[in-house]
Design a protein around this ligand. Sequence first.
Ligand code: PLP
Length: 372
Amino acid sequence: MEIRKVPFFNYPAVFKTYEEDFLRIFKDVGHRGAFIMQKDMADFERNLAEYTGAKFCVGLNNATDAILLGLLAAGIKQGDEVLFCSHTFVATAGAIHFAGGVPVPVEAGADHLMDVDQIEKAITKKTKFVVPTQLNGRTCKMDKMIAVAKKHGLKIIEDSAQGLGSKYKGKSAGTFGEAACISFYPAKNLGTLGDSGALLTNNEDIYQQVIQLRDHGRDPKTGEIMRFGYNMRMDNLHGAFLNFLLQKYDSVVARRREVAEVYETNLKNVEEIIRPPAPDSHPDHFDVFQNYEIEAKDRDQLKTYLGERGIGSMVQWGGKAVHQFAGLNLKYSLPFTENLFRRMLLVPLNNTISNDEVKYICDNIKSFYARK
Ligand SMILES: *Cc1c(COP(=O)(O)O)cnc(C)c1O
């Protein structure tokens, strides 16, 4: 097979795909001097709320701080225990920590998302919140989770950084709990040219608090300082870029699901691989494939083999579940998740990859297992 170059993610393409449009938007915003808390950001907030079906949206600097502000506005107290799935970005746990909470990791399940059946085991008298991650563009079984949360009086804050447009039983990720974050980091499905994020909520009190918390505690109408706050505002320029990109988002989702289907077709007979659920394989789930995370026999050798053939792949989060980072001092053992981390691999699924490139990747996966 001829060697090709298929990077895991093409960062310049985030800009180049819409270069002319970005330059036009940059000039427009620049000539208006509309840099901070301007109309473009407000328009985007309205558009994103409408897109997800959330009542309110607040534009923020990133998704990590959206989790932090969501927890603060939902009333977290110092020392509250907060359950999260250990197969997530450390940002989830970091936000819990800086909100004053104690992050308590929970196992991932077979679909790599928080295992709802493991939640109750982790609950103590101090448990007050659960922060599920809508990982890889898939939404957790939220009806079960909501039932468990209700039973134990827990509030849900969704880490939906990877979940935009994903649905469970027809309802969008980011609209199930008290609040949720969405990330517009460049490599996310809806990625801008830098850091940016948003908080979604259906709760007007949380909305009003986060509006103040992101802007030095200021009341936006009077300018009066109502409380201590942060500077966590979304740059208006990102609001303008994101308004433009959101109009194209349905086609991004459709294309990503198409790519997942090409993987599904080409890998389904490879018995050494466990594939993520295929698009439309379950009526309750609508997945947007932020990532394509397989489980692979001899994962490390496969990764090296693919690398030698020009194919970029990754183990998510640098190869460890959150509770496995010794520096965080979370003393838990989660055997199912730890085993997943010996087997999981992300193969390229992004907005610019071609079917032909996916076929090339699958052919190489097959030749790896055939050669022994
Ligand atoms: C990207 C990501 C975040 C952090 O988003 P930022 O916008 O970079 O702060 C948090 N959680 C998950 C699951 C993510 O993938």
